[in-house]
Design a protein around this ligand. Structure first.
Ligand code: NAD
Length: 262
C-alpha cells in the first residue's frame, strides 16, 4: 500500500508514532522518523529533532531528503507542562514543519495531523482557534500571545488540538499546499494506551478518562490508530482532503447519542 513511498513520521520514539513507523515500513515505505528522544527499536532513518523551536524545526527540515510523499505529524505532549510548551510542540512546530517541508514534497503528497477528540470544542471557540491557526511561525512573545487569545495554562492541550483541527481544514485550501496537490487531513483518536495517557489522567482526572474508555469498552492501542494514518498516506485516500477521520471506537457517536438524549 505504501511501497516505495518516502514517509516522514514525527513522534516515533513512543506510542502511536512508533507503531505507525513500524506499520508503514511493513507496508513498504521508507520511513524517516523524527523525535526528541531516541527510539528503543530501529526505525528507518532516525533524525533527532525538537519541534518546540524555530531552529529545531529548521534543522529537521534541513536533515530530510527531497521527494517526500507523506508527513505524519504524530508527536505531541499532554499539556501537563503548561500551555506555552504544549502549543509550541502540538501546534506551532507542527505547522512550521508542514509548511517548510512542502518544498521537499512531491506533487500529490499527503499530510496527516494526529489531533484528538479533545479538540472537538473548536466549534464553540472559533475565534480563538482561528486566531491561533492563522498565526505565522511561533509567536514572538508567547506569554502575551496566550493572554491575548485567552489560553489558560491548564487548557493548552485541548486548545492546541482545536487549532490543529481548524488549521487542517484551512491548510487543505491554502495555495501553498493546494497548488502542489498536497492533501491535509487529521486523525482524531479517543483514549489510547500509551505513556501520554497517564499524563492525561493527571491533567483531566481519572474519572473523565475512565468514563470515555467505558463508553467504547476499552482504550485503543497504537495498533488501532496506525492503520488509519497509513491509509491517509496512501493513494487510496486520494479524494479525502481537509477531513478529520475519527478513530475512536465510536466514542463520538456515543457522545452525540447522549446529546440527542436517545
Ligand atoms: N494516547 C492518547 O490517549 C491520545 C489520544 C488522542 C490523541 N493523541 C495524540 O497522539 C499523538 C501521539 O501520542 P502518543 O499517545 O503516541 O504519546 P507518546 O507520549 O507515546 O508519544 C509522543 C511522542 O512525541 C515525542 N515528542 C514530544 N515532544 C517532542 C518534541 N518537542 N519534538 C519531537 N518529538 C517530541 C515524544 O518523545 C514521544 O515519542 C499526540 O499528538 C497525542 O496528542 C493521543
Amino acid at each position: 500500500m505504501l511501497f516505495g513511498k518516502n514517509i516522514v513520521i514525527t513522534g516515533v520514539a513512543s506510542g502511536i508514532g512508533a507503531r505507525t513507523a513500524e506499520l508503514a515500513s511493513q507496508l513498504g515505505a521508507n520511513v524517516y522518523g523524527i523525535d526528541i528522544n531516541q527510539p528503543k527499536y530501529p526505525i528507518g532513518t532516525f533524525i533527532e529533532g525538537n519541534l518546540a523551536t524555530v531552529d529545531g524545526v529548521q534543522s529537521i527540515i534541513d536533515a530530510l531528503p527531497n521527494e517526500i510523499d507523506a508527513l505524519c505529524n504524530v508527536a505531541g505532549v499532554s499539556g501537563d507542562s503548561g500551555a506555552d510548551i504544549t502549543l509550541r510542540i502540538n501546534f506551532f512546530g507542527l505547522k512550521l514543519l508542514s509548511e517548510g517541508l512542502t518544498a521537499k514534497m512531491h506533487t500529490g503528497a499527503s499530510i496527516v495531523n494526529v489531533a484528538s477528540i479533545a479538540g472537538y470544542g473548536w466549534r464553540a471557540n472559533t475565534q480563538r482557534a482561528s486566531a491561533i491557526a492563522t498565526t505565522s511561525g511561533f509567536p514572538e512573545d508567547m506569554s502575551s500571545f496566550l493572554a491575548k487569545n485567552d489560553v489558560p495554562n491548564d487548557l493548552g492541550y485541548p486548545i492546541s488540538k482545536e487549532a490543529l483541527l481548524v488549521w487542517t481544514q484551512l491548510a487543505s485550501q491554502e495555495s501553498l499546499f493546494k497548488n502542489k496537490g498536497i492533501r491535509v487531513n487529521a486523525v482524531s483518536p479517543g483514549p489510547v494506551q500509551t505513556p501520554i495517557m497517564n499524563e492525561f489522567r493527571a491533567v483531566l482526572g481519572n474519572a473523565r478518562v475512565d468514563a470515555d474508555i467505558a463508553k467504547v469498552g476499552r482504550a485503543a492501542t497504537p495498533s488501532d490508530i496506525a492503520p488509519t494514518i497509513c491509509f491517509l498516506c496512501s493513494d487510496g485516500s486520494r479524494w479525502i482532503n481537509g477531513h478529520n477521520l475519527a478513530t475512536d471506537g465510536g466514542l463520538e457517536a456515543v457522545v452525540n447519542k447522549e446529546l440527542l438524549e436517545l
